[in-house]
Ligand binder design. Structure first.
Ligand code: CP
Ligand code: NVA
Length: 313
């Protein structure tokens, strides 16, 4: 199915956004199309209060700039109310079970929960023990909201997704995992280029490969050849210890001008941010003309507003 042939229906069957693994291609297209529509309405200054008076609780066990601000602004623009809950300030941080947390929040008429945490099982447990929609705002394993914003950015740039080649360089982390799943499901050609020791989780790779074209390679030349999109992320994700050996291995995969020159002339550079200039990417590339990192950051807002609308309406 090609996104350009897809007719939006205004609904999806999923009740949560946990990983995207359980999303159909059509459901992902539905989010992208609604995201574009909401972006259009916002830019035209048109009201779009689809979630009037709904409350989104936002639980953060890790730091955030983009996720926090885009969800807060997003729910407000939709007519709803954000409730920021740092896990170190609520009883969850002192060991209260996730099941009791969700059951309690529901009693106060919270309409949905966005959570950024460590274990993926905490996100699925919220969905299992509660009845309200749960949105994964990043775990050690996945970052589905980021992948949706990224794919929206690619779609805007190239006018298509089918056959667009995205080469990801560096650590096979949560961002890489979600890109593999979302990219494969939307017809993209995803290549993950990393040393074998930092390749993405084999089970997630196998899962993504069931849906579409996902390949792994250690060769920078092979990955960059024909690439329309060059993507990278930090060497060390939140919660990981820095490690000199891993750092040295990953430096060989740094996205710099020499690497960009191996890709297509029209190639764009992407990074979920925050970035470490001089580590996974050179300043010249991330601050250069091919970089679309702030378009990605902006699209977090539009894609997530679509997710909230479809799940919480
Ligand atoms: N990309 C992203 O999730 O950024 P934050 O960590 O700032 O939320
Ligand atoms: N892989 C990074 C992404 C940050 C948005 C992390 O998990 O820290």
């Amino acid at each position: 199915m090609d996104i350009n042939a897809y007719k939006a229906k205004g609904k999806i069957n999923n009740r949560h956004l946990l990983t995207l693994v359980d999303y159909s291609t059509c459901e992902i297209f539905e989010i992208l199309k609604l995201g574009q529509h909401l972006k259009f309405l916002l830019n035209k200054g048109k009201k779009h209060t689809y979630l009037k008076d709904k409350t989104l609780a936002m639980i953060f066990a890790k730091s955030s700039t983009r996720t926090r601000v885009s969800f807060e602004q997003g729910i407000r623009q939709l007519g709803g109310v954000p409730m920021f809950l740092s896990s170190s300030d609520i009883q969850l941080g002192r060991g209260e079970p996730i099941s009791d947390t969700v059951k309690t929040l529901e009693r106060y008429n919270v309409d949905g929960i966005m959570i950024r945490t460590f274990k993926q099982s905490d996100v699925s447990d919220l969905a299992k023990f509660g009845t309200i929609p749960i949105i994964n705002g990043l775990t050690d394993d996945f970052h589905p909201c980021q992948a949706l914003a990224d794919i929206l950015t690619v779609y805007e740039r190239f006018g298509k997704l089918d056959g667009v080649r995205l080469a990801y360089f560096g650590d096979g982390n949560n961002v890489a995992n979600s890109l593999m799943v979302a990219g494969a499901k939307t017809g993209m050609d995803i290549v993950i280029c990393s040393p074998k020791s930092n390749a993405p989780n084999a089970e997630i790779v196998a899962e993504a490969q069931k849906f579409g074209k996902v390949t792994l390679t250690e060769s920078v030349d092979e990955a960059a050849r024909g690439a329309d999109v060059i993507y990278t992320d930090v060497f060390f994700s939140m919660g990981q210890e820095t490690d000199a050996k891993k750092q040295a291995q990953l430096l060989a995969y740094q996205v710099n001008t020499a690497l960009m020159e191996k890709a297509e002339k029209h190639a764009i550079f992407m990074h979920c941010l925050p970035a470490h200039r001089g580590e996974e990417v050179s300043a010249e590339v991330i601050d250069g003309p091919q970089s679309v990192v702030f378009e990605q950051a902006e699209n977090r807002l539009h894609a997530q507003k679509a997710v909230m609308t479809l799940l919480m309406k």
